[in-house]
Design a protein around this ligand. Structure first.
Ligand code: ADP
Ligand code: MG
Length: 431
């Protein structure tokens, strides 16, 4: 049983582990070549081309294209979703110059970052357990997502092998660890949230296979699904959950991640409008529309520094169709954004502390000055400054000054895609 109360049950219920012979992440890495990554996480997906420079050569170049996923494909069929993705990937490859031509007979290789809960049976196969983050495609559940993608690539006539299936947290950990060996965990704060960390293999009771030579393995925590009677929820959280596509699931994700923060703010504003006539005698109809207020809108309002809170006024007018808000109303909106963002950020910080405690790195040990790096990525962390500021200050507050000096939170920009390409390289068929 894992020792941190926060994650004991969680890790045992939904973890998966990877086993590479010499290193917990990369068994061995192939020399000079071209690899691709496909990152399917939430609202957008990304295709990447990564050129590696051979042993110790690092990453020579990387290019990417980002495509948004049409709403109807998120709730359609598996073939429709994967055909769309394969078609975009095919376009990306078709546009590349002659310098990227592979020798005849050589297959392109791809790392597939798929950030939904998967029962992973090997490095290049895994069945989808359930959808999260607004996706609901019934016929894909229980299917091998690599096989689904491979068939779609074949339908496109694209000769590409999926050589690694990777969760975004594992990809970020791999990408971070590749450039810095002090990286011990990765956390994603984007549309959804999740974390992965490097664990001693002998501390994983559910692993019954051969122990890896490195003595370490990667645990994908699926922490978005954490829930506990010790985690206080409000009536807004209960209602949001009950009306979601996945009631009862991803409870932690629903209070800390980007898909939901704006929606929580909307729900609270709607209640205040109903009960004490904020915004006038009638409740503005737009305020009753679920998910109309997105987290980027919330963050724009939260960061408004103008004396008349003009940005807040503009957002209220443009998104919620509230034309003449008063300064007092705008101030209340900012205050609410602050409360909702701070709750999410502080809980995310508590999650990170849970990992540090599990690794025994939350206290100061005399004579040791080991650096601990946590790689963080995701649009919420990257773009919502008040959120990331609060997350970082909470970690410092929880750890105390002395320990904080050795713990580094590092933004791993696009680490998951790069990590997936690196993992594709380390599992290449041409090794
Ligand atoms: P994914 O989880 O889909 O991989 P990303 O890491 O690309 O997502 O992050 C996208 C999410 O980040 C959006 O769904 C949104 O919640 C959040 N986000 C994007 N831009 C902003 C912003 N300016 N302020 C706050 N949150 C943002
Ligand atoms: Mg992502």
């Amino acid at each position: 049983m894992l020792s941190t109360p926060l994650f004991g049950v969680l890790v045992l219920s939904q973890s998966k582990a990877f086993n590479c012979p010499n290193c917990p992440i990369f068994g061995s890495l192939i020399a000079f070549r071209l690899f691709y990554a496909l990152d399917l996480g939430g609202t957008n997906f990304r295709v990447l081309r990564v050129q590696l420079g051979g042993k110790d050569g690092g990453i020579v170049s990387q290019e990417f294209a980002e495509v948004s996923i049409p709403q109807d494909l998120m709730v359609g069929t598996s073939d429709e979703l994967f055909d769309y993705i394969a078609a975009e990937l095919s376009k990306f490859v078709a546009q590349e110059g002659p310098e990227f031509q592979l020798p005849t007979g050589r297959q392109r290789e791809l790392g597939f970052t798929f950030s939904f809960p998967v029962m992973q049976s090997s490095i290049d196969s895994g069945t989808l357990i359930k959808w999260t983050k607004g996706f609901s495609i019934d016929d894909a559940v229980g299917q091998d997502v690599v096989a689904e993608l491979t068939r779609a690539l074949e339908r496109q006539g694209l000769d590409m092998r999926v050589s690694a299936l990777v969760n975004d947290t594992v990809g970020t950990l791999a990408g971070g660890r590749y450039s810095n060996k002090d990286v011990v965990a990765a956390v994603i704060l984007g549309t959804g949230t999740n974390a992965a960390y490097v664990e001693c293999a002998h501390a994983i009771p559910k692993w019954h296979g051969l122990l890896p030579k490195s003595g370490e393995m990667v645990i994908n925590m699926e922490w978005g699904n954490f829930r506990s009677s010790h985690l206080p929820l409000t009536e807004y959280d209960y209602c949001l959950d009950a009306e979601s596509l996945n009631p009862g699931e991803q409870v932690f994700e629903k209070i800390i991640s980007g898909m939901y923060l704006g929606e929580i703010v909307r729900r609270v504003l709607c209640r205040i409008a109903e009960e004490v006539s904020l915004f006038g005698d009638t409740v503005p109809p737009k305020l009753k529309v679920p998910f109309v207020l997105r987290t980027p809108h919330m963050s724009a309002m939260h960061h408004d520094t103008s004396s008349d809170l003009k940005v807040v006024g503009d957002k209220l007018r443009d998104i919620l169709e509230i034309p003449n808000s008063s300064l007092k109303e705008r101030k209340l909106v900012v205050q609410l954004c602050d409360i909702v963002a701070a709750r999410g950020a502080r809980l995310a910080a508590a999650g990170i502390l849970g990992i540090l405690k599990k690794l025994g790195r939350e206290t100061f040990k005399d004579g040791e000055n080991q650096r601990t790096v946590i790689a963080l990525d995701g649009g919420l962390y990257e773009h919502y400054a008040e959120y990331s500021k609060c997350l970082e200050s909470t970690i410092a507050e929880l750890l105390g000054e002395k320990v904080s000096e050795s713990i580094v939170i590092e933004h791993s920009n696009d680490g998951s895609g790069i990590g997936a390409a690196l993992l594709a390289a380390s599992h290449s068929q041409y090794l």
